[in-house]
Ligand binder design. Sequence first.
Ligand code: AMP
Length: 290
Amino acid sequence: MKVCRTVQELREATRVWRGKGESLGFVPTMGCLHRGHLSLVERSRRENDKTVVSIFVNPLQFGPKEDFSVYPRTEEEDRRVLEQGGADLLFLPRVEEIYPPGFQTYCEVTQLTKPLCGLTREGHFRGVTTVVLKLFNIVSPQRAYFGQKDAQQAIVLTRMVEDLALNINLRVCPILREQDGLALSSRNRYLSREEREQAPGLSRALGRAESLFLEGERGARVLRDAVREELGRLPLFTPEYVELVDLGTLLPVERVESKALLLLAGRLGRTRLIDNIVLGGTYVDLGTQE
Ligand code: AMP
């Protein structure tokens, strides 16, 4: 696996592949890799000749009170995992490579970024779209892979690709979970033993709503209340939101007509966790179709 730290190095490496007509899949990450990230790499390998992974803890998407400085950085281990996972190139830029002095150009999706995580994480999605657009321009992949885990992010990025007519196919992949249901996340390592014991309650709460949905319940209030009730059993969890929204607009729905996205966010102790489920559909509904 090649490792590149500058834009120039990466462009040179990928130019050779492109010259041979090889297709490129791209998996952007912030590192501290787990099986969820690897599932994106595996999918990219199946669908492309070469797979590029980036690891960049993007300062622009962290708020002033968020965990940028302590976000786990495990470069050695990540390199080993990616080598084994069969990635062809790892892009590991320094912050100044992406945001050189004088940087002042941003990309913003204006509406889809307002609700849900946008309510408490001001500027977060602007940071995400700006860095992803820049990485897309550097790597020029045919396809890019994102996880349903960050459903709002996937929907925002899909909008960006559409609005700016980017020639990239954005693929969304399912959430990988621990055996007890907890969605894999780099932030799970912040959890204390007691918090970790309560953490499966998040997916259990979504599962409760899913069961009701499968039994025929379509009312948003009933479905949301079922989630809230289950979350209420977790003494260390402080919910931020539980919402049932339209997949296209991310605005609340009163009833699930055919499909809808049920999401939750909150703090388990001090760690912010998110999870979601598509009722009446799947992760495929969050990305672009080829
Ligand atoms: P991150 O490193 O947290 O920025 O995540 C990089 C990519 O991996 C994003 O597209 C995430 O949605 C995706 N991802 C994170 N956790 C999971 C998971 N448990 N299952 C599948 N994909 C995931």
